[in-house]
Design a protein around this ligand. Structure first.
Ligand SMILES: CC(=O)SCCNC(=O)CCNC(=O)[C@H](O)C(C)(C)COP(=O)(O)OP(=O)(O)OC[C@H]1O[C@@H](n2cnc3c(N)ncnc32)[C@H](O)[C@@H]1OP(=O)(O)O
Ligand SMILES: O=C([O-])CC(=O)C(=O)O
Length: 469
C-alpha cells in the first residue's frame, strides 16, 4: 500500500481518485481477486487498468516528457520514449524487469517443475499478462491449456513437410505461423462486426492457441531439417510446456529441459522497443490478427543484429575454435577479434542499444553453465572472450556498451546438450518471444491503443524545421 500511495502522490493522483480507482487495490495485492482462471483474472485486471490509465491521461495527457534531436531521428529513434508496454521494462544497468521483477527474482519466485530449479515459462507468461506471481496450480492450468491446444492445422503440417531443406528455419517458422491464421478467432470476430470492447477477449483466445502451437511447429521444422523428417512425439497433457517441447525435439536429458525452461523464460520479453516486439505492436495496431502480427515480429527477430545474433555468435566462436583451439593465448584471441573488426564486421554477442552493463540474461546462463558444464571448452572460450572483447571494441572509440548480451552464451549451452544445428537457434528465441509480445498484444487491445503512425520527415523538411536553411 505504501508503494502505491507513494506512486500515486508522485503522480499527484488525488486521494479521491485513489479510492475510486480499483487498480489501486490491484497493484497492491490480489486478495481482492475472486478469479480462479487466467482469463477471468485478466478481465478484472483490464477493467482496473482501463480506469487507471484513463484517469492518468485525463490529468497528465498533455504533459511534455522529452525532446527529440535531429540525431535521434536519423539514429533509429534511440532513447525516444514513444511506446507504452506494460509487460516489462529494460533498465540500462539492471537489465530486464518482467513487470517489476528482475531475473534473479523470477528465478526465485516463479513455480518450478517438481525437483527443478528453473522457472516455468508458463508462470512467466502469467506474470507478464496479469502482473501477479502465479501459484503452482495456476501454472499447471496453463501447461494443460497449452498442451490441449497444441495440434497444428493439417494444411500447416503439409506446408512444413514440403519446404525445401535449404529454406532457413526462421523462414519456415514465420511462414507456418502466418498460415495458422486460418484459426484466428479475432479475425473472424472482427469480420462479424464484434464490438471494440471485446477485441481483447478474442485476442487472448488467439494468443493462447498460437503459443500452444509454437513448440510442435518448431519441433516439426527441427525434425524435418535435421532428423530426416522423423515424427515429433505426442503431447503429454501432464507435462509442462518446455518438457513437451524438448521431447518433441527428441531430447531426453532433464538438464536440457531445465535449460529450456530458463532459456525460454529469460528471452521472453525485452520491453517494447526491440525490433521484434515493436514490429508485433506496429503490425497489430492495424488490427492484423495475432498470428500474422507475431509472424511479422519473427521476421525482425531473424535479422543478425537482433535474434540471429545467437546463430552468428556460435558461427564466429566455431571459426575461432577451429582456427586457434580453445586454449588460444590472450594475444591470439585479441588478434582474432581485431581481424573481425578490421573486416568491417561487428563482434556478435557484444553491445546493446539500451543496456549499459553485462546483460543479466548472460549472467543467468553463465550461472547455469558454471553448474552444469564448467569444463566445456566452448564455455571456457566464451569466458576468455568476456575478458578480451570489451576492451578491444571499446578501442574503436564509438561503442556505447561493450558488454556481452544473452546471445554471447546461449548457443554454447545448446551445443553442449547436443543441439549443434546453429541455424536453428533463433527459432528457440522465437518460441520464447511469443510470451512477452503476445501478452503485450492482449494489453494493446484491452487499452484500445490506436493504429501507430509516427510522423516522418525529409532531410530538407528537417533542415527547415531547425532553421538550417
Ligand atoms: C537478442 C538481441 O537482439 S541482443 C543483440 C544481438 N546483436 C549482436 O550481438 C550484434 C552485435 N552488436 C551490434 O551490432 C550492436 O551492438 C547492436 C545492434 C546490438 C546495438 O547497436 P547500437 O545501438 O547502434 O550500438 P552503439 O550505439 O554502441 O553503436 C555505435 C557503433 O559501434 C558499433 N558497434 C556496436 N556493437 C559492436 C560490436 N559488437 N562490434 C563492433 N562494433 C560494434 C556499431 O556498429 C556502431 O558503429 P557505426 O557508428 O559505425 O554504425
Ligand atoms: O532489447 C533489444 O533491443 C534487443 C534485445 O536484447 C532483445 O530484444 O532481447
Amino acid at each position: 500500500m505504501a508503494f502505491f500511495r507513494a506512486f500515486a502522490s508522485q503522480l499527484a493522483i488525488s486521494q479521491h481518485v485513489l479510492q475510486k480507482t480499483p487498480c489501486a487495490i490491484a497493484i497492491i495485492s490480489r486478495s481482492s481477486s475472486s478469479a480462479t482462471d487466467l482469463k477471468s483474472l485478466l478481465a478484472e485486471k483490464i477493467q482496473e487498468q482501463q480506469v487507471y490509465v484513463k484517469s492518468f491521461r485525463e490529468q497528465y495527457g498533455s504533459k511534455v516528457i522529452g525532446e527529440i534531436t535531429v540525431d535521434q531521428v536519423y539514429g533509429g529513434m534511440r532513447g525516444i520514449r514513444g511506446l507504452v508496454t506494460e509487460t516489462s521494462y529494460l533498465h540500462p544497468e539492471d537489465g530486464i524487469k518482467f513487470r517489476d521483477f528482475t531475473i534473479p527474482q523470477i528465478k526465485k519466485l516463479l513455480p518450478k517443475s517438481p525437483g527443478g530449479n528453473e522457472p516455468l515459462p508458463e508462470g512467466l507468461f502469467w506474470l507478464l499478462l496479469t502482473g501477479e506471481v502465479p501459484s503452482a496450480e495456476e501454472v499447471r492450468s496453463v501447461s494443460k491449456m497449452w498442451a490441449e491446444k497444441a495440434e497444428i492445422p493439417p494444411h500447416v503440417v503439409t506446408m512444413l513437410n514440403n519446404f525445401p531443406a535449404h529454406l532457413h528455419p526462421m523462414s519456415q517458422f514465420t511462414a507456418a505461423i502466418m498460415a495458422c491464421n486460418t484459426e484466428s478467432k479475432f479475425a473472424k470476430a472482427y469480420a462479424d462486426g464484434v464490438s471494440k470492447n471485446m477485441y481483447w477477449e478474442y485476442t487472448f483466445d488467439d494468443v493462447m492457441n498460437l503459443i500452444a502451437k509454437l513448440p510442435p511447429i518448431a519441433a516439426t521444422i527441427y525434425k524435418n531439417l535435421y532428423r530426416n523428417g522423423s515424427p515429433i512425439s505426442a503431447v503429454d497433457l501432464e507435462k509442462d510446456w518446455s518438457s513437451n517441447f524438448t521431447s518433441m525435439l527428441g531430447y531426453d536429458n532433464p538438464d536440457f529441459t531445465e535449460l529450456m525452461r530458463l532459456y525460454i523464460s529469460i528471452h521472453s520479453d525485452h520491453e517494447g522497443g526491440n525490433v521484434s516486439a515493436h514490429t508485433v505492436h506496429l503490425v497489430a495496431s492495424a488490427l492484423s490478427d495475432p498470428y500474422i502480427s507475431f509472424a511479422a515480429g519473427i521476421n525482425g527477430l531473424a535479422g543478425p543484429l537482433h535474434g540471429l545474433g545467437s546463430q552468428e555468435v556460435l558461427e564466429w566462436l566455431t571459426e575461432l575454435h577451429n582456427d586457434l583451439s580453445s586454449d588460444a593465448t590472450e594475444a591470439q584471441l585479441k588478434d582474432f577479434v581485431w581481424q573481425t573488426l578490421k573486416s568491417g564486421q561487428v563482434v556478435p554477442g557484444f553491445g546493446h542499444d539500451v543496456l549499459r552493463r553485462t546483460d543479466p540474461r548472460y549472467t543467468a546462463l553463465r550461472e547455469f553453465a558454471l553448474k552444469h558444464l564448467p569444463d566445456d571448452p566452448m564455455f571456457n572460450l566464451a569466458n576468455n572472450l568476456y575478458r578480451i572483447v570489451p576492451q578491444s571494441i571499446l578501442a574503436l572509440g564509438k561503442i556505447k556498451n561493450p558488454w556481452p548480451t544473452v546471445d554471447g552464451l546461449s548457443g554454447v549451452l545448446l551445443r553442449y546438450y547436443g543441439m549443434k544445428e546453429i541455424h536453428y537457434y533463433t527459432v528457440l528465441i522465437g518460441v520464447s518471444r511469443a510470451l512477452g509480445t503476445m501478452a503485450s498484444l492482449v494489453w494493446d487491445r484491452a487499452l484500445g491503443l490506436p493504429i501507430e503512425r509516427p510522423k516522418s520527415m525529409t532531410t530538407d523538411g528537417l533542415m527547415k524545421l531547425v532553421g538550417a536553411v
